[in-house]
Design a protein around this ligand. Structure first.
Ligand code: G3H
Length: 250
């Protein structure tokens, strides 16, 4: 069931970043130019910085993405951005269904699926997030809940399109706590099996990222787990040295 997949290391800056962040982008760019890396690298800054970061990385192998998008092409959606706007700003990826949006903005699996469909139709790779709360983890139902969430949130896609999945246990996000390798292994295998059941061969090639307090110190171990095909990195993506430490562990 497993096949060789190039890992994806995606940095999610969340609502962080300013003009000074470009120094960090330049450092990453220099590292990528000077070293061979075994990973695809994506930076997802806030929407206001997406174009500038895309321009800064235009000569680099690193790509950019947005942290969210609307499912509609345009219209009266104050504060939102469309997939076409992401593309125009240079973004090639978009994070959809992050737990901070599911919880903070009541985004349902259906909402996330609609955004992922809009992304795919607009030629942007959706990074579809899933993950359980501490309560669910302690109830012993984490695998059932996460598998149901991801299958309901992922739309069908063609062989010409790409879809990425990110598993982020909510209790590990920004807390310094990470899931154990054994728990990550169990969850990623369950997600892989569900994706293969749903999508067949396409499901075997979907990148499944792990997110939740990934740091240079734990990256090698987490990225070495079967069916962990990269990382979705929050806090540690804000500092070039930390982000590079994770990229080079892939
Ligand atoms: O999108 C990234 C995740 O929410 C992980 O954030 P973190 O690395 O700060 O725990």
């Amino acid at each position: 069931m497993t096949q060789k997949i190039t890992p994806l290391i995606a940095g999610n800056w969340k609502m962080n970043g300013d003009a000074g962040s470009f120094l960090e982008v330049e450092v990453i760019k220099d590292h990528l130019a000077a070293n061979e890396v075994n990973a695809e690298v994506v930076i997802c800054p806030p929407a206001t910085l997406l174009h500038r970061v895309s321009v800064a990385l235009s000569e680099s192998v690193a790509k950019t993405g947005a942290q969210n998008c609307h499912s509609a092409a345009s219209g009266a959606y104050t504060g939102d951005i469309s997939v076409a706007m992401v593309t125009e700003a240079g973004g090639e990826f978009v994070i959809v269904g992050h737990s901070e949006r599911r919880d903070g903005y009541n985004e349902s699996n259906e909402d996330v699926r609609a955004k992922a469909i809009a992304a795919l139709e607009g030629g942007v790779v959706p990074i579809v997030c899933c993950g359980e709360s501490l309560e669910v983890r302690e109830s012993g139902k984490a695998i059932d809940v996460v598998v149901e969430q991801i299958i309901a949130s992922c739309p069908d896609f063609t062989n010409e399109q790409e879809l990425v999945v990110a598993y982020e246990p909510i209790w590990a996000i920004g807390t310094g706590k990470t899931a154990s390798s054994a728990d990550v292994d169990e969850m990623h295998n369950a997600i892989r099996a569900a994706l293969v059941k749903r999508f067949g061969e396409q499901g075997a090639a979907i990148k499944i990222l792990y997110g939740g307090s990934v740091k240079p110190a734990n990256a090698k171990e987490l990225l070495g787990v079967e069916n962990v095909n990269g990382a979705l990195v929050g806090g540690a993506s804000l500092k070039a040295d930390d982000f590079w430490g994770i990229i080079s562990a892939a």
